[in-house]
Write a protein that binds this ligand. Structure first.
Ligand SMILES: CC(=O)N[C@H]1[C@@H](OP(=O)(O)OP(=O)(O)OC[C@H]2O[C@@H](n3ccc(=O)[nH]c3=O)[C@H](O)[C@@H]2O)O[C@H](CO)[C@@H](O)[C@@H]1O
Ligand SMILES: C=C(OP(=O)(O)O)C(=O)O
Length: 423
């Protein structure tokens, strides 16, 4: 079995470049189904999720290849198959996001349900609501969603949302499907995440007419066709935040460049509240925690511009060594504290009460053998290991590889003692 071995105690110093955003590129690659001809995507992170989505697009008849480092070429000469195989959907939940684009472009889409996962139940009711609003006939057979339309989808007004707030995936689905629908589509309570803005910038460059992105009302004037373009994906704010938290927990000084600091929403302010120095300049952000005592703080996750749920595990990990009690409330997913059990094995003092983790800071974490059960848990356990006394051995690297590009090289360049080992 492959493990990540982290020897803690070394303050991180230096600068890394953020990779392209995983969540952004996945949404954009799905939208390439709508675009005729050649699309070239730049700043694409080399991740297993990206490779899985390339396989899914190939299954539908598109041609995908890496043509240079971080550059993918996708040729869309027509969709030849509208059914995605279960094996691929099981590998990656985001594969469900081809539903809307496949339907809008080919009139049909059959996608197995992605199922729940370790961060909570993840229903797709709002995705289906959006497709139905646009006129599709949607049914469920043998655990797969089947959506069909005779001719073009028809623009409509719709309200999307769940008891957790706005939904990123369903907003993306409605935007992509609405782009090729006849007439006007209006999405109320649209999610406002930067990755949705990136998707819309790509689609508008390809010929779509979408306004209001970044606000909670998005208006789409449907067009008859979209044409492939060259587009560079935004920097990854979740990866960036993970490296910043690693810099802080080791009491180091870390700069992340190739990232729009405003996309980090509340993270820089919270790190400032904890006692860190923060500098933002152009497309880079520096956090300085050298010789600082870390104060506790309270965090509540929420749809953007709230604190990102994907950064909750790294942030909570940081609070395990703050000087006092912090409260972390998770409002986006209903089971995203599983990783805290592993932190407890490293000496953290965490109690879970409903949707809130009560984190009582300890003097130091200690190394242990731990298991990552999801992508951001893997990032958080690295953050913990970097600060812990002794060695931490992390299992579950298949999750890490879904969303962090070259983590060993990047952490090493900051001075971390980290390596992949067989055990
Ligand atoms: C590939 C990708 O971009 N993944 C991101 C995306 O996931 P994803 O698009 O799945 O997240 P959503 O914003 O849709 O989900 C938010 C909440 O709404 C619920 N929900 C969602 C859709 C639906 O039809 N019904 C429903 O109840 C979900 O279970 C969850 O509790 O946004 C999340 C929230 O920022 C991030 O954590 C994920 O990293
Ligand atoms: C939850 C995440 O991704 P996904 O939606 O693909 O599971 C994530 O990136 O943290």
């Amino acid at each position: 079995m492959e493990l990540l071995r982290v020897k803690g105690g070394q303050p991180l110093h230096g600068e890394i470049q953020a990779s392209g955003s995983k969540n952004s590129v996945l949404a954009i690659m799905c939208a390439v189904l709508l675009c005729d001809g050649e699309t070239i995507l730049e700043n694409v992170p080399e991740l297993s999720d990206v490779n899985t989505l390339m396989q899914i697009l190939e299954e539908t008849g598109l041609k995908c290849e890496w043509i240079a480092k971080n550059t993918v070429r996708i040729q869309n000469d027509g969709i030849t198959n509208s059914e995605v195989s279960e094996e691929l959907v099981r590998k990656m939940r985001a594969s469900f996001s081809v539903l809307g684009p496949l339907l809008a472009k080919s009139g049909k889409s059959v996608i197995p349900l992605p199922g729940g996962c370790v961060i909570g139940a993840r229903p797709v009711d709002q995705h289906l609501k959006a497709m139905r609003a646009l006129g599709a006939h949607v049914t469920m057979t043998d655990g797969a969603v089947s959506a069909e339309i005779n001719g073009r989808l028809k623009g409509a007004a719709m309200f999307l949302g769940t008891r957790y707030g706005a939904t990123v995936g369903a907003t993306n689905a409605a935007i992509s499907a609405g782009a090729l629908a006849s007439g006007t589509t209006i999405i109320y309570n649209a999610a406002r995440e930067p990755e949705i803005v990136d998707l819309v910038m790509f689609l508008n460059k390809a010929g779509a007419r979408i306004r209001g992105v970044g606000t909670d009302i998005i208006t789409i004037e449907g067009v008859e066709s979209l044409k492939g373009v060259r587009y560079s994906v935004m920097g990854d704010r979740i990866e960036s935040g993970t490296y910043l938290c690693a810099g802080v927990i080791t009491r180091g000084k870390v700069t992340v460049s190739n990232i729009a600091p405003q996309t980090l929403a509340g993270l820089p302010s919270l790190l400032f509240d904890m006692g860190c120095g923060i500098t933002m300049e152009g497309d880079s952000i520096t956090v300085d925690a050298s010789n600082r005592e870390l104060r506790p703080t309270n965090v509540i996750t929420f749809a953007y511009p709230g604190f990102a749920t994907d950064l909750q595990p790294a942030m909570l990990t940081l609070l395990t060594v703050a000087n006092g009690i912090s409260y972390v409330k998770e409002t986006v997913f209903d089971a995203r504290f599983g990783f805290t059990q592993e932190l407890t094995r490293m000496g953290a003092d965490i109690k879970i009460s409903g949707d809130t983790a009560i984190v009582n800071g300890v003097d130091a974490l200690t190394g242990a053998r731990v298991v990552a059960s999801d992508l951001r848990a893997a990032g958080a356990l690295i953050v913990a290991g970097l600060a812990a006394k002794g060695s931490t051995n992390i299992e579950g690297l298949q999750y890490l590889d879904r969303g962090y590009e070259n983590p060993v090289e990047k952490f090493k360049s900051l001075g971390a003692h980290i390596e992949r080992v067989q055990s």
